[in-house]
Design a protein around this ligand. Structure first.
Ligand SMILES: Nc1ncnc2c1ncn2[C@@H]1O[C@H](COP(=O)(O)OP(=O)(O)OP(=O)(O)O)[C@@H](O)[C@H]1O
Ligand SMILES: [Mg+2]
Length: 523
């Protein structure tokens, strides 16, 4: 056996016809490797080309397994045993040594070589006729990852080095293809991972746990969502601005059998009348000036999933007719197109408008309204579900404290009173904004009344007593401070007094005077 360092060059001096044939082979092989996404098929094509063009009856490509010292046969041609039954160990036999050393090996006469293993074809079969075995390493970034082994008919006048160099070039092409394939596979795995992660995040963000509120009204809403999510029924969500209609639309989608398909939103109110139809239905190339290529509409993008038509009350009458047709027949045409598109989409619509009034005024089609209003979910305004105010405030406090890196733990009693007294015309969205602002301006561990915006401070807004005496106001503030300290000290009055930098005697006097039940804070 001769061991040569593979240089990857075809030496000069080969006969012209030989060289032409080799160049033609290299060209075919580079096409075989680049024209398929499945590298295994490409490698098979490579070995078949060698058989066809160069009469190489037996060949194989062995690659290192991910971990461990094993080599497996990735592609083979003309072997008597099935490829998946053949295995080598690094360092073992000719192929194993080539992978270990990264150097090509040439065996001019196979019958004379004791280290040939004859794993792929039994010895008696293989050397029925004498043959030459050439094995070259396959490398990625100079790291050997496998080997190409070929058996050639024995010819005493063969230029072994030239042949080895030719196969060396071939092996480097295979190495390059492997590198690309591994990069693509790694990127694909990363994307699959990222996708799974994002889906999970979306699901968590929009499943029931993201919707806060356990007032009776909200519990009824959850029941309706659970009921309707399993079905394909069109849902109309109604409620004032900021009551969480979009949140509920997401919850329906992510709890439905369509959860893994797209959730596509169209803000009907935000789109000008001229744009909404092309957004919804898409257009064909040349449908209007500027339509340079076909564009899919949101209906098509939501195929298999859910289309959320937000602010449906703002849709113009001419678009309403088209929507009615999609709802009735589940089909439409792209703008400027004649082909009818079938769609499998679940529709959810939302509005904060008084639809009955719109119908009476003739700005909303009654037939479309009935098609949309198959299953209605009404979100009550926040002022009608007072128990949720506290839950939501706590939820937003935790979220924004983390987001803005503050260690605020709770909301003081007077601040809670103000939150409870306010009528929340902007509903949960307004509460969310109020708490975020409070978190931003608060540098303590507790949100106090003065951290809340002026709209909540006014007597009219909070509905608090108009005439309050200075003594009462100070008393209420003192009581709040004492209770806060007792909470922090877990009912230990001496410690609470120290927290407020006062004496035990004064602290106990005030506790009695203000009628605070200090035992309540013991834990
Ligand atoms: N029950 C709730 N739990 C948690 N967050 C809520 C809840 N209700 C509303 N929110 C939050 O309040 C904000 C407003 O909610 P959403 O956008 O769903 O309201 P909407 O009803 O669609 O309002 P609009 O009619 O103005 O579009 C969102 O950031 C949402 O996360
Ligand atoms: Mg909305």
């Amino acid at each position: 056996m001769t061991v040569t360092k593979s240089t990857g060059r075809i030496p000069e001096g080969t006969t012209a016809s030989n060289e032409n044939q080799r160049l033609a082979t290299l060209l075919q092989i580079s096409q075989a490797l680049s024209s398929t996404l499945n590298l295994k098929t490409g490698l098979h094509d490579v070995l078949e080309t060698l058989a066809r063009q160069h009469g190489i009856d037996r060949s194989l490509i062995a690659l290192k397994t991910e971990d461990g010292p094993q080599l497996h046969v990735e592609a083979a041609h003309g072997l008597s045993r099935p490829a998946h039954h053949i295995g080598y160990t690094i360092g073992e036999g000719i192929i194993g040594k080539v992978v270990e050393s990264g150097k090509a090996a040439i065996v001019p006469k196979a019958s004379k070589e004791p280290s040939l293993l004859f794993r792929a074809t039994p010895r008696h079969e293989a050397i029925a006729e004498e043959f030459t075995f050439i094995c070259v390493p396959i490398a990625i970034d100079r790291r050997t990852v496998g080997a190409l082994g070929v058996s050639l008919a024995y010819k005493p006048d063969r230029h072994y080095d030239r042949s080895a160099n030719f196969f060396g070039v071939l092996a480097s092409m295979i190495g390059q293809a492997l590198k690309v394939q591994r990069l693509v596979a790694a990127e694909h795995a990363r994307l699959v991972d990222e996708n799974a992660h994002l889906r999970q995040e979306l699901k968590e963000r929009y499943d029931f746990s993201a919707i806060i509120g356990n007032s009776g009204a909200m519990r009824r809403v959850y029941e309706l969502v659970a009921q309707v999510a399993r079905t394909n029924t069109t849902v109309l969500i109604r409620g004032e601005s900021g009551t969480g209609k979009e949140l509920i639309a997401h919850a329906i989608h992510y709890n439905s059998p369509r959860a893994k398909k797209p959730f596509v939103k169209v803000s009907c109110g935000a789109l000008p009348e001229t744009l909404i139809e092309s957004e919804l239905f898409g257009y064909e190339k040349g449908a209007f000036t500027g339509a340079q290529a076909r564009k899919k509409g949101r209906f098509e993008l939501a195929e298999g999933g859910t289309l959320f038509l937000d602010e449906i009350g703002d849709v113009h009458l001419s678009t309403q007719i088209k929507l009615l047709r999609v709802l009735q027949e589940r089909e439409f045409e792209r703008l400027g197109g004649t082909d009818t598109q079938k769609v499998n989409v679940r529709l959810i619509a939302a509005t904060n408008k008084d639809m009955e009034a719109a119908i009476a005024q003739g700005t909303f089609r009654e037939d479309l309204f009935y098609r949309l209003n198959v299953f209605m979910i009404f979100l009550p305004p926040l002022r009608e579900r007072k128990p949720d105010v506290l839950l939501l405030a706590d939820h937003f406090l935790q979220r924004f404290a983390v987001e803005h890196g503050k260690s605020i733990k709770r909301i003081s009693t007077p601040a809670i009173d103000m939150l409870m007294a306010y009528h929340w015309p902007g509903n949960a969205r307004e509460l969310q904004n109020v708490i975020e602002r409070a978190v931003l301006v608060c540098d303590e561990r507790v949100i106090h009344a003065h951290h809340l915006p002026p709209t909540l401070q006014t007597a009219e807004a909070s509905g608090t007593v108009v005439s309050v005496s200075l003594d009462d106001a100070i008393g209420a503030y003192e009581k709040d401070l004492l209770q806060d300290a007792l909470k922090s000290a877990r009912g230990n009055r001496a410690r609470a007094a120290r927290l407020l930098r006062t004496t035990d005697r004064i602290f106990n006097y005030k506790v009695r005077k203000l009628g605070i039940d200090w035992k309540r804070f013991k834990q």
